[in-house]
Design a protein around this ligand. Structure first.
Ligand SMILES: [Zn+2]
Length: 107
């Protein structure tokens, strides 16, 4: 397993690799002081197998709606955390239909 700190190393490490190692992603909003933990495989379903330095670009805080207070760490759960540690699981991916309008002239 590569050394995951400093942050630039995250460029060399992908979601799938983190998931294969049993690591989880801990994302904290320093503004709201809210932390959520995610399973890498859930994020692969959403974002594909991107490198970890790009994960935060896909997130914004559910509380304040801001991106730039988010911090991410990798966590290697220890045995006693299984069955106890709270994680945020992906339950559904909804595809939203968004209308795109453009002004035109009557033909
Ligand atoms: Zn926030």
């Amino acid at each position: 397993m590569p050394d995951i700190h400093p942050f630039r190393r995250l460029r060399l490490w992908t979601l799938k690799e983190a998931g294969d190692q049993g690591q989880i992603l801990v994302i904290t909003c320093n503004f709201c002081r809210v932390t959520h933990r995610y399973i890498p495989d859930d994020l692969v379903k959403l974002c594909g197998d991107i490198t970890l330095d790009r994960v935060l670009t896909r997130f914004k805080c559910e509380g304040c709606g801001k991106k730039h207070y988010l911090r991410m760490e990798l966590h290697f759960p220890n045995g006693s955390e299984y069955g106890h540690l709270k994680v945020r699981r992906l339950t559904e991916i909804r595809t939203v239909t968004i209308p795109i309008w453009a002004d035109d002239v009557l033909h």
